[in-house]
Design a protein around this ligand. Sequence first.
Ligand code: ZN
Length: 142
Amino acid sequence: MGPDREGVLRGYDIEQMATRAHVTPVASIYAHANHCLIQQMADVERPRKAVSFASTQARQGQANAYLDQHRGQITVDTLMALTRYHEGDDLSVCAHVQEGYDVESSCACIMAPESRELWALWGNPCQNTYEHFAIGSSMMMS
Ligand SMILES: [Zn+2]
C-alpha cells in the first residue's frame, strides 16, 4: 500500500486460494502475514502445523503493532526495520529456523510504485543489506 498520485493511501489486501479469492480495499496502514483473515478463505485454508500457525499469527501481531507505533512516520527505513524485527528469541517478523519449524525468511522486498523504486535482499533481513533498484523515469512520456 502507498500513496496514489494525490497522496492518498490506497492499497488492497488479497487472499487467493485455489478455488476462491477475496480482495479488500484498504485505505490505512495494513499488515498481512501468511494466514487467511477472511472466514470464507480460512474455511478452505490447509491445516497447518501448530508452530507454523503460531509464527504467522505472531508476525501479523508484531507487524500491526510496529506499524501502529510508527504511524505518521513510516519511511523506507522504518519498513526495512520492520522486516528485520525480532522479539527476542520468540517467533518474529524476521523468521529463523527453530526447533520444530524449519522455515525462515528467505528474502524481503519493499516497493514504491509511484517513484518506481524497489529495495530487495536475499536471506534473513537481519543478516543482509538491501539493494536499491530504480526503474526508468518516474516522469510520464507524452
Ligand atoms: Zn532475523
